[in-house]
Design a protein around this ligand. Structure first.
Ligand code: ATP
Ligand code: MG
Length: 359
């Protein structure tokens, strides 16, 4: 299997999205990490940890497609950054024994970009489009007949003499990935046979990811050390992998190189990543809602302006984990913090105290 990447505009598209103040726990890819990420990316279902239900379903789908000697149905993966969407696409290609072409929606701006890629596909190949919610209307319309009937509708000639030409394409599988399934157009979403959400990872699963990466990088780590890092990785393998490198540097410089629970905690404290994996941005977001808005609800635009972040970073990067961790709630009138957030930040909830004083 080979991986061919057409990601010219990939960098700029992703960096638009940046903003987390502490890059160590930013769930998006950092430029500097690209090679590192590729070197530790699992290539098989066995090495791909967690997402068990999804993996089982996919294995069956792949077996069936192989038996029928047909390409896989088009697949859509969605979920927060760093949970393994791109990695999973690679695993599927490996399992199917086919090549994968990797691109992203912002790199498909002109019709000829998408037409060029579709025409260059070989039978059975996988086309992976990242950030697929950002495809423009024209590209989407080119994709519809390609996905449904493996045809490209091309128009030739001018005004009265215009002709539509149906150009056949080899049967291929489109794998789309997005962090924002809600922004995908209905007609595009409907053309995917299989749609799956990737879930945040448990502490145990992240500890496995960490031990696997430590093995590849020849880093010595104890079980407790792996769990200490896992707890602060925001349910996200990309962050777990980044933290292990930082903790390993710290272990080497300040200790004997081995990552124990104590070394991990000490080093993560210095990085200002707390026991929930929250960084200063997350904490200032929660603090703001508590201290200035009485716990909420408050609109996301107001939060963004007050803490100097952009709305997208808050919605795509901070919030998914805060919601999952039960620290934040989304309501129709805005964001509210939960009692757990007060406890985590060590702030006494005035409402709870007021209620107590009534009795
Ligand atoms: N299930 C897994 N088991 C082991 N490692 C994983 C797993 N999922 C992801 N990783 C690691 O985490 C890193 C990030 O994964 P990946 O690039 O696939 O995330 P993504 O969901 O595509 O993120 P984005 O939305 O930013 O594109 C990879 O380098 C990979 O090594
Ligand atoms: Mg990806």
């Amino acid at each position: 299997m080979s991986i061919i990447s057409d990601n010219n505009d990939f960098k700029s598209a992703k960096s638009l999205h940046s903003g987390h103040k502490n890059p160590v726990i930013k769930p998006e890819t950092l430029e500097a990490d690209k090679n590192f990420e590729n070197s530790i990316r699992p290539k098989s279902f066995d090495a791909y940890i967690g997402q068990t239900a999804l993996k089982e379903t996919l294995k069956i789908t792949i077996e069936a497609a192989k038996k029928r000697e047909q390409p896989l149905d088009h697949l859509l993966f969605y979920g927060p950054p760093g949970l393994g969407k791109t990695t999973l696409a690679g695993v599927i290609a490996e399992q199917m024994g086919v090549d994968i072409r990797i691109t992203s929606a912002p790199a498909l701006e002109r019709p000829r970009d998408i037409i060029g890629i579709l025409m260059s596909l070989k039978g059975g190949e996988i086309l992976f489009i990242d950030e697929i919610h950002r495809l423009n209307k024209i590209a989407e319309e080119i994709l519809y007949p390609a996905m449904e009937d493996f045809f490209l509708d091309m128009t030739t000639g001018k005004s009265q003499t215009v002709k539509t030409l149906r150009v056949p394409l080899p049967k291929f599988t489109l794998i789309g990935a997005t962090t924002k399934a809600g922004e995908l157009s209905g007609p595009l979403r409907d053309r995917f046979g299989i749609i799956h959400r990737l879930e945040f990872y448990t502490e145990d699963e992240l500890a496995q990811v960490i031990k696997r990466t430590a093995g590849i990088l020849n880093i010595e780590i104890t079980e407790e050390g792996a769990h200490a890092i896992a707890r602060r990785s925001r349910g996200t393998p990309r962050i777990a992998n980044r933290l292990i490198k930082r903790v390993s540097d710290f272990a080497l410089v300040k200790h004997d190189g081995k990552i124990t629970e104590g070394v991990a905690n000490e080093s993560l404290d210095i990085l200002k990543i707390d026991t929930f994996g929250l960084d200063t941005t997350d904490r200032s977001l929660l603090r703001l809602i508590i201290e200035k808005y009485d716990g909420g609800p408050v609109g996301v635009e107001t939060i963004a302006a007050a803490i100097g972040e952009d709305v997208r970073t808050i919605e795509d990067v901070c919030e998914p984990y805060l919601l999952q961790a039960g620290l934040l709630q989304r309501t129709p009138r805005g964001r509210k913090v939960s009692p757990a957030a007060y406890r985590h930040l060590g702030i006494v909830d005035r409402d709870i105290n007021d209620q107590k004083s009534l009795f």
